[in-house]
Design a protein around this ligand. Structure first.
Ligand SMILES: [Zn+2]
Length: 251
């Protein structure tokens, strides 16, 4: 069984541990860099997998399916943090795309991701402030505002609102289609609802890169080997410079 109260406590404690308060929207991609010894890999993994967590004897690797929308990737990363911090299994785990499915560990990881990205206190006060009518029903305006504020995909938001009895399943179903249009028509950017362009879906950050640099600085690997290590980790930008990425302007 999934113990929501316990999972909520875990989500709050990890937010605190990583230096976040219990109310704000968080930049989870940046936050993941503060997880000790973590290597983060973005890699397009097709239709069915959202991500994976490899414990690797204290040198963990989290891989995120970068072919999914940014909002969904944020949820996947929070989901994998559950495996890293709270799932006792020593094994690697590969996670399916469907939110709220799978065994109890998978369900717990989804519930955790939801509480981690959308703290209950913040959700409550947001709804109180913006509900659309006197009975407090949530309309498309509030739905888009919520997913934009917390940076989650529509499916992730509806999963939470149904789970918290803020919407019935039937009501939620009305909001599942035409997601991008609904946001754009209300004046929002569509960044949250799309993956990055294909040439930017491969990337490695964190411990692995740090270690490669260290080996090179200490003269423990040749320049060729160092470059090979970076190229294997999809970091041509570190080998050839930013121009490789298409010469964008840096701000
Ligand atoms: Zn999982």
């Amino acid at each position: 069984m999934v113990d929501k109260l316990d999972i909520n406590t875990k989500a709050q404690s990890l937010r605190r541990e990583l230096g976040e308060d219990l109310e704000s929207s968080i930049d989870i991609f940046s936050l993941a860099h503060t997880v000790p010894k973590l290597t983060l890999v973005y890699y397009p993994m097709g239709e069915r997998i959202s991500g994976m967590c490899i414990k690797n004897d204290g040198y963990p690797v989290i891989a995120i399916n970068s072919a999914m929308s940014i909002g969904r990737q944020r949820f996947s990363l929070a989901h994998e943090l559950y495996h890293l911090y709270f799932d006792d299994s020593e094994h690697s785990v590969v996670c399916a795309k469907k939110i709220g499915g799978g065994n109890d560990i998978e369900k717990s990881a989804d519930q955790f991701a939801s509480y981690f990205l959308i703290p209950s206190v913040a959700l409550e006060s947001f709804i109180k402030k913006f509900k659309s009518d006197s009975v407090g029903r949530l309309g498309i305006k509030e739905i888009v505002k919520l997913e934009q504020y917390f940076g989650v995909s529509r499916q992730a938001l509806l999963y939470r609102l149904v789970g918290d009895h803020k919407l019935s399943l039937e009501e939620a179903d009305k909001f599942r289609d035409g997601v991008i249009n609904s946001a754009v028509n209300l004046g929002y950017d569509d960044v949250l609802y799309k993956p990055l362009p294909e040439n930017k879906q491969y990337k490695t950050y964190g411990h692995y890169i740090e270690k490669a640099e260290e080996l090179y600085e200490k003269d423990l690997v040749s320049t060729g080997k160092y470059e090979q290590l970076l190229l294997t980790a999809f970091r041509p930008d570190l080998v050839y410079g930013e121009e490789f990425e298409g010469g964008e302007l840096n701000d």
